[in-house]
Ligand binder design. Structure first.
Ligand SMILES: *Cc1c(COP(=O)(O)O)cnc(C)c1O
Length: 396
């Protein structure tokens, strides 16, 4: 028999930037019995989820495709629908997530052009303008952009990227990964001229991991129709229209859809603007604490541009102690789960997630636990971080 988990009284705080804490109302909705496939409540459930996702992405008419997969699955879905082997995609380098997406795209036989990666900095729209300008034959089908790179905790300026594409006068589609930023950072699919948006359930959308989606505007649907790449399960064309099970290429993930519909209704009950403002306040509190800790000379933000620091997650470089040690002490002694460094930050940094279903005392509890962890590991830190976090909460 495996070792029983020891019992921790009280809440275990989940401060990874996905999966995030799942509200009880979402858990409850997911615990209902499934319906039979002819149940008349199934189609409205699917329609509510599609409409709800459009309302959060701010699109009037993008077509939504929901998959029982994680974010990586919809990366593949988007590529196989938009590009065929031998065609080209431009990936804006932001670090670990754009890299993984690029490698997957190459594995599918699609050629990838990358913009230069600059550690600590958001995407420079001029790099995109230049790469598109150099593509005189218009071979690049799409530009892939990660709005918030969850590894570096940097958010890039999507409207500025769209403007750069317009300046280049290039017809490539703009595809944006909002897995870590939707329902946390501002987003406007239609207003920002985004052609395809893709996201997943387990971050700002407050559902468990296991479901993901993409949304395509009319231009993207056209490109997909003309694309001869072999595909079936991910194929947008096969997923259109009634009966509803066609939309999922088989049985719909009903429990997830119940959870998603509830989560979206919670976001609307709070009000989307309030949700975004709450994420701004919590991020400001975390960043204020990190600034004070950094006075000890052992820690620093990975993101060098304060205005580009993500509202979802903060990546902190630390010297003199292994980030895994911090995670272990925080988890085992303080009941708080943090995240580690990914890609270029593996072994160099740890991350505090601050997105999704959180309240101020949860964020303050997490920060106190991190402070307790740093003290117990004798990391030199400035004093007054929790006060600074409280002031930041008040100031917003
Ligand atoms: C988490 C994440 C992904 C990958 O999602 P999975 O569900 O883990 O496959 C993709 N992009 C970004 C920006 C993410 O934060």
């Amino acid at each position: 028999m495996s070792q029983p988990l020891s019992y921790f009284p009280g809440l275990r705080f989940l401060h990874s930037p996905g999966p995030t804490h799942v509200p009880k109302a979402v858990m409850d909705a997911m615990s209902e019995q499934p319906m039979d496939m002819a149940d008349e409540r199934l189609d409205p459930l699917i329609a509510d989820c599609e409409e709800g996702l459009r309302s959060i992405m701010k699109s009037d008419d993008a077509e939504v495709f929901i998959y029982s997969s994680n974010g990586h699955g919809v990366w593949e879905a988007v590529t196989v629908n938009l590009a065929s082997p031998g065609q080209k995609v431009l990936v804006a380098s932001t670090g670990h997530f754009s890299d993984s997406w690029a490698l997957m795209t190459e594995a599918m036989g699609v050629e990838v052009v990358r913009t230069p990666y600059r550690e600590g900095y958001p995407i420079d729209p001029a790099d995109i303008e230049q790469a598109l300008g150099a593509d005189r034959a218009n071979e690049i089908v799409a530009v892939y952009v990660v709005q918030t790179d969850t590894a570096s905790s940097i958010t890039s300026d999507v409207p500025a990227i769209r403007e750069a594409m317009n300046r280049a006068g290039h017809p490539a589609l703009l595809v944006v990964d909002v897995v870590a930023s939707l329902a946390a950072a501002p987003y406007g699919m239609d207003a920002w001229g985004v052609d395809v948006t893709l996201g997943a359930s387990q971050k700002g959308l407050m559902c468990p991991p296991g479901m993901a989606f993409c949304a395509a505007n009319a231009r993207a649907i056209e490109v997909a129709r003309a694309n001869p790449a072999n595909r079936f399960y991910w194929d947008w064309e096969r997923r259109r229209g009634a009966p509803s099970y066609k939309k999922f290429c088989g049985t719909p993930p009903q429990s997830f859809l119940q959870g998603l519909r509830t989560a979206i209704s919670l976001l609307h009950q709070e009000g989307l603007d309030n949700v975004l403002a709450r994420h701004r306040r919590f991020a400001a509190a975390v960043q204020a604490a990190v600034e004070v800790w950094a006075e000890g000379g052992q820690m620093q933000f990975i993101c060098q541009i304060p205005s580009a620091r993500s509202v979802s997650v903060t990546t902190i470089e630390i010297n003199g102690v292994a980030p895994d040690m911090i995670r272990q002490v925080a988890r085992e002694q303080f009941n708080v789960s943090l995240a580690g460094g990914l890609g270029p930050f593996f072994g160099r940094a740890f991350r505090i997630g601050h997105l999704g279903d959180l309240s101020a005392p949860m964020v303050l509890g997490c920060l106190s636990a991190v402070e307790g962890t740093l003290r117990s590991l004798q990391v030199p830190i400035g004093s007054g971080a929790i006060n600074a976090a409280l002031d930041a909460l008040k100031a917003q």
